[in-house]
Design a protein. Structure first.
Length: 114
């Protein structure tokens, strides 16, 4: 949920989204967070040669937008897509925007490969 989505909820209404989030966490999530905090791949980003689209939901509080900006800056030729106000888990409108941009990105790749 974005900051705007959360701001519209009464405190008592936060229990349901919190429970849904905990229930939806796959096994190994905490181990993944631990790994991400210990591994630094910044030096390897310049070696990425595949076409890359980096998405930065600007309301994300799990993966901060600054991390996405640094990721895009480190990958040669990477394209950056900002989703203003979007959270880590995209709402239906943000998912539709994301999907449209991903399709455009893939279509451009197909056109240049042909």
């Amino acid at each position: 949920m974005s900051t705007a989505d959360l701001a519209g909820l009464e405190p008592a209404a936060l229990d349901e989204p919190a429970t849904q989030t905990l229930t939806a966490m796959p096994p190994g999530t905490l181990d993944h967070f631990d790994l991400v905090s210990r591994v630094d791949v910044r030096a390897d980003l310049a070696k990425v040669s595949a076409p890359t689209l980096v998405v930065a939901p600007t309301g994300d509080r799990l993966v901060l937008p600054e991390s996405s900006y640094r990721l895009a800056a480190g990958i040669p030729g990477a394209q950056l897509l900002e989703l203003p106000g979007a959270a880590h888990i995209l709402n239906p409108a943000d998912r539709a925007t994301w999907l449209r941009h991903v399709r455009e990105f893939l279509t451009e790749l197909s056109a240049t490969a042909a």
